[in-house]
Write a protein that binds this ligand. Structure first.
Ligand code: C2E
Ligand code: MG
Ligand code: MG
Length: 399
């Protein structure tokens, strides 16, 4: 194939089994690797790092002495940046766990190679290595200061982009998720990863959230007046859910904009649910009493207990993008997706799938009976004024 990525130029192969290391080295060289260095244990591997940087590290899991997991721990301590492929004949679940562990430690994991593997499997990992090392994925998160952010909130530098949420059975527009952006005077348009954690750490999340909720409500009310009967979803940080007057503040915003609270869904990330359950229960119950809808966001990524899912008055469950993207190729991800959909249905929660990128994913989710979907396949988040023209072209596509 003409567009196949080339083999990484300099590769480090770590394997205690000499024959395995030799076979892999030969394959790599056949595919165009310029230099393949081998190491038979963790200590040797660490020594070889001085010869680096390597464009790829292939690390065996089963090794006497320090195993692959311990070796990757050493790499993480040394902040190794090279893409790493985990190689092993172990149970695929063990390989997957090792891969997740590596990612969790901040390593650039480019996938797994299940032994015995062929040339096609190796080439497939080169595609992931190329993606990991592309300039886009290496784009650093810009550094911004609390003073700049405080000024941005006051000086109207924040704006919202809206991502359509589509009813999967009919293709109709059901609502939008409001996603905050910062039009930074020097650094351009920033996404939330550049400033939400700073806002949370400095207390600026409270004025930021107030701004976001108010603006989303204003836009949603404007759409209603223009005859577009859709809802708006807004993300709330865990910190915000400690402010006991939040339900009153948000209700006031909706009422003064002339919007019924039933049009507004507040999203709470699953990974934050463990914090301060009492005030969470207080605030979420009062938000529901006032008529707002409540979504559990990124479901499947955190470790929230099923008990919490039962105790908190959620109306909607958002299936995380990692399940959606994994489900068409990975049997375990698909099982988790199916069970989550069934669980949500039994708990009478509306289901929303995040991150639909392909027609294949769309079809699977329709088949599973998921209620709503959002993702690049339908539309990327966009400025509010682009929504109506986008919807017209979407309708002509699905008609
Ligand atoms: P989220 O709430 O899970 O929002 C979905 C994110 O996935 C958005 O990223 C969206 O652009 C992205 N996305 C949507 N469809 C696709 C797809 O098909 N493929 C891929 N790869 N990505 C897709 P964004 O806008 O960068 O927001 C990231 C996170 O920042 C949000 O995740 C949310 O947790 C947080 N966030 C956004 N706006 C706010 C806000 O106003 N307040 C707070 N507290 N957090 C916010
Ligand atoms: Mg969200
Ligand atoms: Mg999400």
């Amino acid at each position: 194939m003409a567009d196949r990525p080339p083999a990484p130029a300099r590769v480090l192969v770590i394997d205690d089994d000499e024959a395995c290391a030799r076979t892999l080295s030969n394959l790599l060289k056949r595919l165009g690797a310029v230099e393949v260095t081998t190491a038979s244990n963790a200590a040797e591997a660490v020594e070889r790092l001085d010869l680096g940087p390597f464009n790829l590290i292939c690390c065996d899991l089963h090794m006497p002495g320090r195993d692959g997991v311990e070796t990757m721990r050493l790499f993480a301590e040394r902040r190794v940046k090279s893409p790493i492929v985990v190689v092993s004949g172990a149970d695929p679940k063990v390989l997957k766990a090792a891969q997740e562990l590596g990612k969790g430690r901040g390593l650039a994991i480019a996938g797994v190679l299940q032994k015995p593997f062929g040339i096609a499997d190796l080439e497939a990992t080169f595609v992931r290595v190329a993606t990991l090392t592309s300039p886009r994925s290496r784009r650093p998160v810009p550094k911004v200061s609390a003073e700049e952010l405080e000024h941005a909130i006051r000086a109207d530098q924040l704006l919202l982009h809206y991502q359509p949420q589509i009813a999967l059975h009919s293709g109709e527009l059901h609502g939008t998720e409001a996603l905050v952006r910062w039009q930074h005077p020097e650094r351009g348009l920033l996404t939330p990863d550049a400033f939400i954690s700073l806002a949370e750490a400095t207390g600026l999340i409270a004025p930021l959230t107030d701004w976001v909720v108010k603006e989303a409500i204003r836009q949603c009310a404007a759409w209603q007046r223009a005859g577009l009967n859709i809802g708006a979803s807004v993300n709330l940080s865990a910190q915000t859910l400690r402010e006991l007057d939040l339900p009153d503040r948000i209700t006031e915003m909706a009422l003064s904009a002339g919007l019924t609270p039933e049009r507004v869904t507040l999203e709470i990330t699953e990974s934050k649910l463990a914090d301060d359950v009492d005030s969470l229960l207080d605030i979420t119950t009062r938000l529901r009493l006032k008529g707002f809808l409540l979504a559990i966001d990124d479901f499947g990524t955190g470790f929230s207990s099923l008990t919490q899912l039962r105790r908190l008055p959620f109306t909607e469950l958002k299936l995380d993008r990692t399940f959606v993207s994994g489900a068409t190729s990975d049997a375990d991800a698909r099982s988790l997706l199916e069970s989550s959909v069934q669980l949500a249905k039994r708990l009478r929660l509306k289901t929303v799938a995040e991150g639909i990128e392909t027609e294949e994913e769309w079809n699977l989710l329709v088949w599973l009976g998921v209620d709503l979907g959002q993702g690049y396949y339908m539309a990327r988040p966009m400025p509010g004024e682009k929504l109506t023209p986008w919807y017209a072209s979407w309708q002509s596509k699905v008609a």
